[in-house]
Design a protein. Structure first.
Length: 550
């Protein structure tokens, strides 16, 4: 009997335990249900439209466990289709990473502020802006998320329309973008014409008035008296809808009496149902000061240039006159020297004969130098108008005339592999240019080697022709490539190579007058290539280049 009673007690205890376990499970499920309900209500309070419940499943990440009809309407998917679709598949690709990051932080217990805006892709491919908020919870023993989502397409459209219709803010933004400094909003009031309804701190800084003071001051009171009529006229035309050029420059009077130059732009708007003007204004004091300094420098530079031009002209005139006047006495010295040399032949001792020869030779060198100086000065003093010039004929004439003797003495040759293109310039100066360069190539040849001159030319950019005069002579060291164009610069003694050191300076000046450039490429013992550019036949005359008096 005792055993039977004990068995009944054990059975009763087990029943009580089962009832207790069932009650706990029911309480837990009820608590979960309450938590879910509370989360849904809380999300609904924030947003109030579509409700979804999301949880990872074995097949789908962030699967839809629940979605109401509003989410069906927004996405275009049926309830059955949504159960097979991840929430992330509906989010626009540019927003997915941010949503995933917010979810991760929320599941880790962080407070993630909401609501937030994203875009979703509906079933038909339409991109829709939505606003959402969410909360984490435990559903059936596993983490989940509940979200409440609102379609904000119409709101976005309304915001854009409102933004376009807000003339005040649009005008201020345009002015800020175009000017970037002080901004003012002006409107006539019962007390003040063009009163300051708004002014930023930059306008306070420029004018020296406080914001409170500006509200009592007319914009016209700040304008210098000489500019007021012009400003009033522009405002009148602007309010009538006319197109008034901008930006404009005026001067204003600061609170301390300082006159300041400013630059501004104004736009008429309607503010609270009445005409107004928004303006953006920049203090240009520093710019004006810099412009004044620049103008002063330019004026000073112009004066210096005029003096330099006058000095250069005087030097050119002096060089021409001096050279021209020196030729006559030198001619007489040379002529009479030769007569004396004949009449005194055999009457002078060896030293006297050598000194006499030095005198005659020196007079000859002096005459050659004067001739070269005259040639240099005549590049400008006796310049001729430009004309189309055949370089092939120029080379042919030089071979048969000016350079014939030198070619014969040196056993040299001039090659032109391909016909040279025509150029436009002063024909006499172009002949002088080729004569100097080819003559140098014939003169500075290697001992025992006949000089060979090769001339090539081709069209380059900018309607110019590049000419190359190549020789097989002694060459020039690289450190002298620029110095060879300097007046009187000689790299060799007169005992080895005659000359005055002016020929290449003449070439440089001729090329410069034609708007071109000149240079040399050379290696000692391997010859030199002098190159220069001239206007092509198709080139238009350049200002100052085709002036015979330049």
């Amino acid at each position: 009997m005792v055993a039977a009673r004990a068995a009944k007690m054990v059975q009763a205890n087990e029943e009580l335990k089962r009832e207790s376990d069932q009650r706990k499970r029911a309480e837990q499920e009820l608590e979960e249900s309450k938590e879910l309900y509370r989360a849904l209500v809380e999300a609904g309070a924030h947003i109030g439209e579509a409700v979804i419940l999301l949880q990872n499943t074995d097949k789908v990440e962030a699967a839809h466990l629940f979605a109401n009809q509003e989410w069906v309407r927004i996405t275009g998917y049926s309830l059955e289709e949504l159960t097979e679709i991840s929430y992330f598949d509906l989010i626009h690709p540019r927003d997915r990473d941010a949503v995933a990051e917010r979810n991760r932080r929320r599941l880790e217990g962080e407070d993630v502020p909401g609501p937030w805006e994203i875009s979703i892709i509906a079933k038909d491919g339409t991109e829709l802006p939505v606003e959402a908020t969410g909360a984490t919870l435990t559903y059936q023993g596993r983490p989940a998320a509940v979200g409440y989502i609102r379609d904000v397409t119409e709101r976005k459209k309304a915001e854009e329309e409102l933004k376009e219709s807000e003339g005040r803010y649009r005008a201020m933004a345009e002015a800020a973008e175009r000017m970037g400094e002080a901004i003012v909003l002006l409107q006539n009031t019962d007390k003040v014409e063009a009163a300051h309804l708004f002014a930023n701190q930059e306008w306070v800084r420029i004018t020296g008035y406080s914001l409170e003071e500006l509200t009592e001051i007319s914009y016209f009171d700040l304008i210098h008296p000489r500019d007021r009529d012009g400003v009033a006229e522009r405002n009148r035309r602007r309010l009538k809808g006319e197109d008034v050029p901008s930006p404009w420059e005026i001067s204003i009077m600061a609170k301390d009496g300082t006159e300041l130059p400013v630059e501004g732009i104004g736009t008429p708007i309607t503010y609270e149902g009445r005409p107004a003007v928004v303006a953006y204004i920049r203090d240009i004091s520093e710019r004006k000061r810099a412009e004044a300094e620049r103008e002063a420098l330019l004026k000073n530079l112009e004066q210096i240039n005029r003096k330099l031009e006058q000095s250069n002209q005087e030097l050119q005139d002096f060089a021409y006159i001096a050279s021209h006047d020196l030729r006559e006495p030198l001619r007489k010295i040379a002529s009479f020297g030769k007569l004396l040399q004949v009449s005194l032949d055999g009457k002078l001792n060896e030293d006297e004969q050598e000194n006499f020869e030095f005198m005659v030779e020196g007079a000859g060198r002096m005459r050659t130098m004067i001739d070269d100086l005259l040639a240099y000065s005549r590049i400008t003093t006796r310049a001729k108008p430009f004309e189309n010039s055949d370089l092939n004929k120029v080379i042919a004439d030089l071979k048969s005339l000016e350079l014939a003797t030198l070619l014969d003495e040196t056993k040299g040759s001039i090659r032109v592999p391909k016909p040279l293109p025509p150029v436009r310039g002063d024909l006499s100066q172009i002949r002088q240019l080729f004569q100097n360069l080819v003559g140098n190539g014939l003169k500075f040849h290697l001992e025992g080697v006949a000089p060979e001159i090769t001339i090539r030319a081709h069209q380059i950019y900018g309607n110019m022709v590049k000419v190359e005069v190549r020789d097989n002579g002694i060459g020039i060291a690289e450190e002298y490539h620029k110095q060879v164009f300097t007046m009187f610069k000689r790299l060799h003694s007169r005992e080895h190579y005659a000359g005055t050191g002016i020929g290449l300076a003449v070439c440089q000046k001729i090329v410069g007058r034609h708007g071109g450039s000149i240079g040399v490429k050379s290696t000692p013992g391997e010859g030199s290539t002098f190159w220069f550019t001239l206007p092509s036949e198709a080139a238009l005359d350049r200002q100052g280049i085709n002036d015979s008096n330049d």
